[in-house]
Design a protein around this ligand. Structure first.
Ligand code: SAM
Length: 220
């Protein structure tokens, strides 16, 4: 059994071959194979410890024929046709960086299921830049933390500033969790703004206040 967050991610899987990047214990590919959501997987890890854990778990579950565990940075572990890539449990900037640096591995436009712990804005920017369109977005609350899931496929989109920050689909739906997430964000930005009042970083201060106004407008 995997946690609520990864279970939600798995609901978007219905593919032949998955590449799970930053797989850690390889829980997601193991679960997806058990449930028949995918046939094969690559589990990529850049750090030795999690890589060894993924290898061990794959053995324990008797899945060494269907899951290939690879040590490597980001998308560099992909060297064949992949139908879907998952990148989960990281901050948005790191996910965006992995996609941007591995762009040349996306020639065949596998589907992307991306789960950001925080700050998904740079993910949307990079998706738009490289020819992906967001088809679904979800917020999910697990042990008090609110996570974002973005599902993208080959396509074009042109998001405005608000859609980039809040998510085109999340913004349209404005669920209770959406209000909760941005209310929290607003409170922490208000704190930062107060602290900056007494410093002379005027640019940062204005930037934060700009964000505060934008959130207030969306929460109205
Ligand atoms: N994906 C799992 C999940 O959602 O539960 C594990 C999340 S864990 C917090 C993040 C993992 O990503 C770590 O094991 C870390 O070593 C790995 N990671 C970070 N940067 C990476 C990169 N550039 N390439 C591959 N793996 C990376």
């Amino acid at each position: 059994q995997i946690n609520k967050r990864l279970t939600k991610v798995s609901e978007y899987l219905n593919h032949n071959k998955l590449a799970d990047i930053g797989s850690d214990h390889a829980y997601l590919p193991i679960y997806a194979i058990q449930k028949g959501l995918i046939n094969k997987a690559i589990a990529g890890e850049v750090v030795k410890g999690p890589f060894l854990a993924a290898q061990q778990n794959t053995k324990t579950y008797g899945m060494t024929d269907s899951i290939e565990v690879k040590l490597g940075n980001g998308l560099e572990v992909i060297d064949e046709t992949i139908d879907v890539i998952t990148i989960c449990g990281m901050g948005g900037p790191l996910i965006a960086q992995i996609i941007e640096e591995g762009q040349h591995k996306l020639n065949e436009y596998p589907d992307l299921i991306l789960q950001a712990n925080i700050h998904a804005l740079p993910i949307r920017q990079v998706l738009q830049k490289i020819g992906y369109k967001i088809y679904d977005e979800q917020l999910i609350k697990d042990k008090k933390h609110i996570y974002e899931i973005l599902v993208a496929k080959k396509g074009t989109m042109l998001l405005d500033e608000k859609e980039m920050r809040f998510g085109p689909i999340l913004l349209k739906n404005k669920s209770d969790l959406f209000y909760e997430k941005w209310q929290r964000e607003l409170e922490s930005l208000n704190k930062i703004s107060k602290q900056l009042e007494h410093h002379d970083d005027q640019i940062r201060y204005n930037e934060i206040n700009q964000q505060i106004l934008q959130i207030k407008e969306v929460l109205k």
